[in-house]
Design a protein around this ligand. Structure first.
Ligand code: 4NP
Length: 155
């Protein structure tokens, strides 16, 4: 069993979309039972909320319904999860702050490090953007989640 955590700032746009997309890729490949997948945010402003409506509309175009509720990352997550995939450098910086002794540094990575076709080195925050910004996030997440799963299944 591999434990995968996706992290963004608010856990209402990028990381819940990554969670839903990765779960769909697992389902297609019949790998669901081998993974535990979750997402969390750096801040607690949106705790308990469903993903942003614009995020849900964007993933819905690709056949994915997002049903998770926002939660804040906690120190125990660093122990529990094998891979902690952050959306941007600022998320990484803030997760590192939960790990002052650098015990878990090797688990904490940028999701886009696993990108296959796209050149984006971060997943940009779409919150203040428009529909095309949300759709770009969805595209980047599909590309990077595919690469992530390829890597995990080669191990
Ligand atoms: P996320 O996007 O980190 O992808 O969930 C954001 C959600 C909320 C806010 C910023 C980014 N906010 O400022 O409330």
């Amino acid at each position: 069993m591999k434990n995968i955590l996706f992290v963004c700032l608010g856990n209402i746009c990028r990381s819940p979309a990554a969670e839903g997309i990765f779960l769909q890729l697992l389902a297609v490949k019949n790998l669901t039972k081998h993974y535990y997948v979750d997402s969390a945010g750096i801040v607690n402003n949106h705790v308990g909320e469903l993903p942003d409506k614009r995020t849900r509309e964007s993933t819905k175009k690709r056949g994915i319904d997002l049903i998770s509720h926002s939660r804040q990352i906690k120190i125990e997550d660093l122990e529990k999860f094998d891979y902690i995939l952050c959306m941007d450098q600022s998320n990484i910086f803030n997760v590192y702050k939960l790990d002052p002794q650098n015990l878990y540094k090797d688990k904490i990575k940028l999701l886009t490090d696993f990108r296959i076709n796209l050149n984006h080195t971060e997943v940009p925050d779409p919150y203040w953007g428009n529909e095309s910004d949300f759709d770009l996030v969805t595209e980047i997440l599909f590309d990077s989640c595919n690469g992530l799963l390829n890597m995990l299944e080669k191990k």
